[in-house]
Design a protein around this ligand. Structure first.
Ligand SMILES: *Cc1c(COP(=O)(O)O)cnc(C)c1O
Length: 431
C-alpha cells in the first residue's frame, strides 16, 4: 500500500474548510472510497503526491493537459507574460492572438467570446440561443453533462449519476420546466419534442462526443439529423465541445464529423491548464452578444492575459502537423493492448476510445446510452482504481469518467501502465 499520511492530514484539514474537503465534488473520491491524493506537482505524464508517490496520470486535470503537465512551452510563454502584470480589465493583444489562432483554423465559427470556465461558456451559449431565437426551452440529452448550469442540471452526467441524484437541489422548477431531456440517438423523440412544443425550443444542446457519463457512442447520422431538425424548426444547434474541442482534432467533433452546429462551446484544453472557456458562432449570431447586441454577458477576468498565453502556447502545439495523428495512434496502441488481453482472458471488459479519449467499461456490449451502463460495473471500477493507485497509475476517481492520453505519455510509460491495468483486471476478475 502506498503511504497516504500527508494526503490524509491535508484532507482532514480541508474538510474543515470546504464541503466534502474539496472545491469540485468528484475530487472527493466518494465513489471509489479512500482519501483523495493531494498533488504536489506534475511533470509530463507523471504526478507526484504530497507523500512522494508518483503516478502515470490519465486524468490530466479532467482533460485540459493535452501536452502533459508543466509543459516548458506553456510555462515559458506564461512566464514571459506574467512579468508584465496579470490582469487589467482592458483589452490585450494576447486575446487577439488566441482568437486568430482559433478562428483561422476553424471552419465552423467566425467570432467568439472568451470566458473563464466551461460552465460559463455553456451558460452564455444557452442565453445567446434564447436571445437569438426569442424562445425559452432547451432540449438536452440524457447522459450529457454541460457544467453546473441551472437549466441543464437535469438528469446530467457523471457526478450526479455517481451520487445517485437525477438533478440538483436549488434549481428553480421554472427552469427545469424549460428543459426537455431526451435519450441519445432517438431522433424520433427529438421530432416528438418539436411537435409537442412548437415554436418554443430555442436550442438543442449536445456533447457531440458524450464523455461525462462513460464515453457514449453517438452516430454521425444522429448529429447530422439534429442539425436538420434544428434548422427545420427554427432552433439552434449547440455543440458543447468543452471536452472534445481541440481533443479529437483542432476543430473538435464538428471537424471530425464535418457538421456545422450554430454555436460551439469550448473549455478545458483551450486554456492550456488555466481557467478559460469560450463560445463561438457565425458573425451574425455573435452580433447578438453585448455590446453589439442585447444578450448581456461579461467577465472581470475574461480573456485574462496569463490564461490567454497558456492557451496560445498549447494550441500552437496542437496545430503542428501530425499532432493528433500521433496522439491518436499512441492511444490506440495502448487501449488495444489492454483490450486484447481482456479478450484473451474473456473478461467482461472493453475500452471505448475516440482519439485520445478512452473509457474503461465493464461490459461486453456496445454502450450507446447512459442507462445501458451497468451500475454493478462500478464495483469493479472501485477495485481496479484502488489497485492502480498502488501500482502508480492514476485515473479520475469515478467509473463514469473517461481517461485521456497526452503527448507527454511515451510508449514505455504507456506499456507499463497497460501491463498494470491488465494485471488489475486479473486481480478484479480472479474467481
Ligand atoms: C467539463 C465540462 C463542462 C464544464 O466545464 P467547467 O470548466 O468544469 O465549468 C461543460 N461541458 C462539458 C462537455 C464538459 O466536459
Amino acid at each position: 500500500m502506498i503511504s497516504r499520511k500527508r494526503s490524509e492530514e491535508l484532507f482532514t484539514l480541508a474538510k474543515t474548510y470546504f464541503p466534502g474537503g474539496v472545491n469540485s465534488p468528484v475530487r472527493a473520491f466518494r465513489s471509489v472510497g479512500g482519501t483523495p491524493l493531494f498533488i504536489k506537482k506534475g511533470d509530463g505524464c507523471m504526478l507526484t503526491d504530497e507523500d512522494g508517490n508518483t503516478f502515470v496520470d490519465f486524468c490530466l486535470s479532467w482533460g485540459p493537459m493535452i501536452l502533459g503537465h508543466n509543459s516548458s512551452i506553456v510555462r515559458e510563454k506564461v512566464w514571459e507574460t506574467i512579468q508584465n502584470g496579470t490582469s487589467f480589465g482592458a483589452p490585450t493583444a494576447l486575446e487577439n492572438e488566441l482568437a486568430e489562432l482559433i478562428l483561422n483554423n476553424n471552419r465552423f465559427i467566425e467570432k467568439l467570446r472568451f470566458v473563464s470556465s466551461g460552465t460559463e461558456a455553456v451558460m452564455s451559449a444557452v442565453r445567446l440561443a434564447r436571445g437569438y431565437t426569442g424562445r425559452d426551452k432547451i432540449l438536452k440529452f440524457e447522459g450529457c453533462y454541460h457544467g453546473h448550469v441551472d437549466s441543464l442540471l437535469v438528469k446530467a452526467g457523471s457526478g450526479l449519476v455517481t451520487f445517485g441524484n437525477s438533478s440538483s437541489a436549488g434549481v428553480p422548477k421554472g427552469l427545469v420546466n424549460d428543459t426537455i431531456v431526451v435519450p441519445l440517438n432517438r431522433i424520433d423523440l427529438v421530432e416528438e419534442a418539436f411537435k409537442q412544443f412548437p415554436g418554443e425550443i430555442a436550442a438543442i444542446i449536445i456533447e457531440p462526443i458524450p464523455a461525462n457519463n462513460g464515453l457514449l457512442q453517438v452516430s454521425k447520422e444522429f448529429l447530422f439529423c439534429l442539425q436538420c431538425k434544428a434548422n427545420a424548426h427554427g432552433a439552434l444547434l449547440i455543440f458543447d465541445e468543452v471536452i472534445s474541442g481541440f481533443r479529437v482534432g483542432f476543430e473538435g467533433a464538428a471537424g471530425l464529423y464535418d457538421i456545422k452546429p450554430d454555436i460551439i462551446t469550448y473549455g478545458k484544453i483551450i486554456g492550456g491548464g488555466f481557467p478559460v472557456g469560450a463560445y463561438g458562432a457565425s458573425a451574425e449570431i455573435m452580433s447578438k452578444v453585448s455590446p453589439d447586441g442585447d444578450v448581456y454577458q461579461a467577465g472581470t477576468l475574461s480573456g485574462n492575459p496569463v490564461a490567454m498565453s497558456a492557451g496560445i502556447a498549447a494550441l500552437g502545439e496542437c496545430l503542428k502537423p501530425g499532432f493528433y495523428e500521433q496522439l491518436d495512434a499512441k492511444t490506440q496502441r495502448f487501449t488495444e493492448s489492454i483490450e486484447n488481453y481482456a479478450q484473451q482472458k474473456n473478461y467482461p471488459f472493453r475500452i471505448f476510445r475516440i482519439g485520445s479519449i478512452f473509457w474503461l467499461a465493464f461490459t461486453r456490449n456496445d454502450i450507446r446510452a447512459a442507462e445501458e451502463i451497468d451500475p454493478d460495473g462500478m464495483a469493479y471500477f472501485k477495485k481496479l482504481h484502488a489497485f492502480l493507485l498502488n501500482e502508480g497509475v492514476y485515473f479520475g476517481p469515478s467509473g463514469y469518467e473517461v481517461g485521456f492520453v497526452s503527448t507527454a505519455h511515451n510508449d514505455e510509460q504507456l506499456n507499463k501502465a497497460a501491463d498494470c491495468i491488465s494485471r488489475g483486471l486479473d486481480y478484479i476478475f480472479a474467481a
